[in-house]
Every structure is written in structure tokens, then in C-alpha cells.
Design a protein around this ligand. Structure first.
Ligand code: MLT
Length: 223
């Protein structure tokens, strides 16, 4: 619903649970120096052979000639590397959110760290759900609901936040079971991504928050 929101002066928490932002949190938490999100395949290819690893997918599948696809396990422990990344929706959502006061990257993997970070701030917050090709996606909305829930009733929320939180509460005991009906899980089912799916819904594995600065994502560690 991003076109409905003015991001100026606000903190944008960009989320693409399956799987772009889960990869970014994982890579920066396990030693990557920076992640450069680019919208187009050609922009990523322009970095080939110039140092950074190039990573990405289209339709969920790894791009030909790329070093990494979009499984968080491929992005783990690439210590000291820079990764240039292009994905169908996640990297575009980050670039679309660039007019916000601050852009940070969320996933279930760093949910509590995001909550603590936001509590220390005074700006309004918009959760930017990457979705799928401009359509709604369940997993990103569930993250938004989990974050609203974690922030608690002291925060003023709009109807979209209320809807997300109600959805999250109704399925939180069985997220993976519920997600079997979701479109992106069906899309990923032929791509051997079952392990990714379970990993991307793990809560609070990392305390790292990727923050966007001058076109690159860098790790902000909360402890
Ligand atoms: C995306 O950006 O659309 C996703 O991360 C796609 C995926 O990895 O399945």
C-alpha cells in the first residue's frame, strides 16, 4: 500500500520475508561488510568481476551467471564481502522507500532488535511490505503484525496496522502451517526452498539491523 503513504520524515522498515530481507539480515549478521540493493539485473551485472559477489533471483530462481541466489544459507558467513543484490520485489521496495528519513531492514530473524530500535526513536514508522509484483503478500503482512504486536498498545496504529496485528495473532501458533496456503510458498515449492521457509520464520536469531546509507546496507548491531 506504499503509494498511500508519505514516507518523508518517517522510518521505513522494509520487509520481504521470503526471502530478500531475510537474506540481508543473515548476511550482515554473519560478517558481510555491505549489501548494495539494485532494482535491475543489468545493474548487478555491471559489478561482475569488480570485487563484490552478485546475488539475486527472478521468479524465485537464481539468476544465470550470478554468484549467489536468494537462499539465506548462501548468504551466510560471507565474511568481509560486499554483495550486490537484485530480487523481484525486495530490492525494488528498498529503493522505492529511499525518500524516508531512515530505511531499515526487517525480518522475523531480527524482529526484537527492530522493536528495540524503534522504541528508541521518535519518528512515525511505516512497514513497507515488498509483496509480489505490487500485490499483497501474506508473509510480509504477518511480519508487520508481529512488529505491531511487539511494540504494544502504547503505540498509535492505523487500520492497516490493526488488521496486520489481528491476522498475526490469529495464526501465530502455526505460522508455517498457515503459510502453506500462501502464494509465494507455492511459488517456491519447486525450488527446494523448504529449509529457507522454516529459517525465514525463525524469530530473533540475530540482533543486527541493516540500515541504508548512501545506497548501501550496513550492519547496526543493537548489542
Ligand atoms: C523477492 O524479492 O521477490 C523475493 O525475495 C523472491 C524470493 O527470493 O523468493
Amino acid at each position: 500500500m506504499l503509494p498511500l503513504f508519505d514516507l518523508k520524515g518517517k522510518i521505513a522498515v522494509v520487509v520481504d520475508i521470503l526471502r530478500a530481507t531475510s537474506c540481508m539480515v543473515t548476511s550482515l549478521a554473519t560478517g558481510v561488510e555491505k549489501v548494495i540493493p539494485v532494482s535491475k539485473v543489468e545493474e548487478a551485472l555491471a559489478y561482475q568481476g569488480r570485487g563484490p559477489l552478485i546475488a539475486g533471483e527472478r521468479g524465485g530462481a537464481k539468476l544465470q551467471g550470478f554468484d549467489l541466489g536468494n537462499s539465506p544459507f548462501e548468504h551466510m558467513n560471507q565474511v568481509g564481502k560486499a554483495i550486490v543484490m537484485t530480487t523481484t520485489n525486495g530490492t525494488r521496495a528498498i529503493n522505492d522507500a529511499a525518500e524516508a528519513e531512515e530505511v531499515i531492514i526487517g525480518a522475523f530473524l531480527n524482529l526484537s532488535a527492530i522493536k528495540e530500535y524503534l522504541i528508541s526513536k521518535t519518528e512515525d514508522v511505516v512497514v513497507v511490505c515488498a509483496g509480489w509484483k505490487n500485490l499483497y503478500s501474506m508473509e510480509d503482512t504477518l511480519f508487520a503484525g508481529a512488529l505491531v504486536d511487539a511494540l504494544g498498545s502504547d503505540w498509535e496504529m492505523d487500520d492497516a496496522a490493526l488488521a496486520a496485528s489481528t491476522l498475526y495473532r490469529s495464526v501465530e501458533g502455526n505460522i508455517l502451517g498457515f503459510m502453506q496456503q500462501a502464494s509465494h510458498v507455492k511459488r517456491l515449492s519447486g525450488l527446494n526452498a523448504e529449509k529457507d521457509l522454516a529459517f525465514c520464520f525463525e524469530h530473533d536469531k540475530f540482533e543486527t539491523i541493516p540500515i541504508l546509507r548512501e545506497g548501501g546496507l550496513y550492519a547496526h548491531n543493537t548489542r
